[in-house]
Write a protein that binds this ligand. Structure first.
Ligand code: ADP
Length: 392
């Protein structure tokens, strides 16, 4: 359906009538008004052409052989694809009974034959306008529902955010208070703590503070509130060596898993930010380890083309349910199959942010029970503008 600048609404109209002269007359006057017109001379032909392309409106003769107008209309109204199409009946019968029957069959309007051209045009225009308004209303309703869903999701994330934060901050803070109390108490009581024990308590306090600072850094980074975090400093980097070094750093802390680097030949020198790249790959590799409790091998596959480089982290772990896939990069999102595996739902959001800062893309492919592959594609060399530090 179209609305021209002069506000006239035109549509795709199907005329169904077994009298060729009527078809000719009606189609000529509707085309003259700017409508697209299709014609059918029997009910069966009408139903066939409706399946091929849904019309915006149907002008339907009642008295036809084989299948009459009422039956066609009833069939259309019973089908959810066609039930919204307005039907205007055309009939030589003009009794009250016929009109009632037409409306009962689901008709939107009724024109008596022989028809007046003006009357048909006005009734057609009226139905198209109604239909147009209805579609606008439905679209507005869908937009409102979408906004409501987004609002609900935001509010859910906010409460989740607050409860996660309070839990994550409370635990180390409780440790700090506990060890500070212990130190103070033994001091008040003139009990001598050995230097080793004192050291242990101070180390615990330091570790809790370190944990809080790390958490805060991650949250600020992901929420983009820390402008320094988006500073990208690309430097020429030997990617194969970079990946080998990264695996060497991670491997000693892994008891069961082996990370293999798969790289066909010498990688070309690329201009990337090693800090961002390390953040991306560390997050992906540590997830691969964490979510593959029963399998050993994890592959880091390095590949490149003329102007981009690609990293794939492939595991054979628990996988990600298809319905969860669209949300994995959302802050605080955790998939439904994580079970007892600990996590905060921040790692992938952070990885995605780093990829975006690096003008790249990240995507995921997963088969529950078989494994997951995260793919990161970055430009081979960042354009000069991206490497400028922000101006104060
Ligand atoms: P988390 O700290 O929970 O691991 P992430 O942001 O790193 O947070 O990941 C978000 C969620 O995506 C995880 O909770 C997990 O459900 C899912 N996920 C991430 N990586 C994998 C993977 N390699 N295999 C299966 N699920 C994964």
């Amino acid at each position: 359906m179209k609305q021209a600048s002069n506000q006239v609404i035109t549509g795709n109209i199907l005329i169904v009538d077994d009298t060729p002269a009527n078809l000719r007359l009606l189609s000529a006057m509707l085309r003259h008004e700017g409508h697209e017109v299709r014609m059918a001379i029997t009910g069966t032909a009408a139903l066939r052409t409706i399946q091929v392309e849904l019309p915006d409106l149907i002008l339907l003769d009642i008295n036809m052989p084989q299948i009459n107008g009422y039956e066609i209309c009833e069939q259309l109204k019973a089908n959810e694809q066609t039930c919204e199409i307005p039907v205007i009946f055309l009939s030589a019968f003009d009794g009250v009974i016929d009109k009632v029957k037409a409306f009962q069959a689901g008709g939107a309007d009724y024109v008596s034959k022989p028809f007046q051209v003006e009357e048909v045009l006005i009734r057609v225009r009226h139905q198209l306008e109604l239909q147009h308004m209805k579609r606008n209303l439905q679209a507005a309703e869908a937009r409102a529902l979408q906004a409501l869903d987004r609002e609900k999701e935001l509010s859910r994330l906010k409460s989740e955010f607050i409860s996660i934060l309070s839990h994550d901050f409370r635990t180390p803070l409780t440790h700090i208070r506990g060890f500070a109390d212990l130190l103070r108490y033994t001091n008040d009581q003139d009990q001598n703590l050995s230097a080793v024990t004192q050291d242990r308590y101070f180390n615990k306090i330091d570790a809790a503070i370190e944990h809080l600072l790390n958490l805060l850094d991650k949250i600020l980074f992901v929420s983009n509130h820390d402008p320094d975090a988006i500073f990208c400093q690309p430097v020429p980097t030997d990617l194969k060596l970079f990946c080998q070094n990264l695996i060497e750093t991670l491997q000693p802390s892994l008891t069961h898993h082996t990370i293999r680097l798969i790289c066909q030949s010498e990688a070309p020198e690329s201009v990337v930010d090693p800090v961002l790249l390390q953040q991306i790959l560390t997050n992906l590799l540590s997830n691969a380890v964490k979510y593959s409790p029963t399998t050993r091998e994890i592959d880091l596959v390095l590949d490149w083309q003329e102007d981009w480089i690609q990293f794939q982290v492939h595991d054979r772990g628990i996988g990600i349910p298809a319905s969860n896939l669209p949300h994995v990069f959302d802050m605080f999102y955790r998939c439904h199959n994580v079970g007892d595996i600990q996590g905060r739902g921040l790692g992938l959001a952070a990885a995605k942010k780093c990829v975006e800062i690096h003008q790249g893309e990240i995507f995921v492919d997963s088969e529950p029970g078989s494994g997951t592959t995260f793919t990161v594609r970055l430009p081979q060399s960042l354009p000069a503008a991206a490497s400028q530090p922000p101006v104060d």
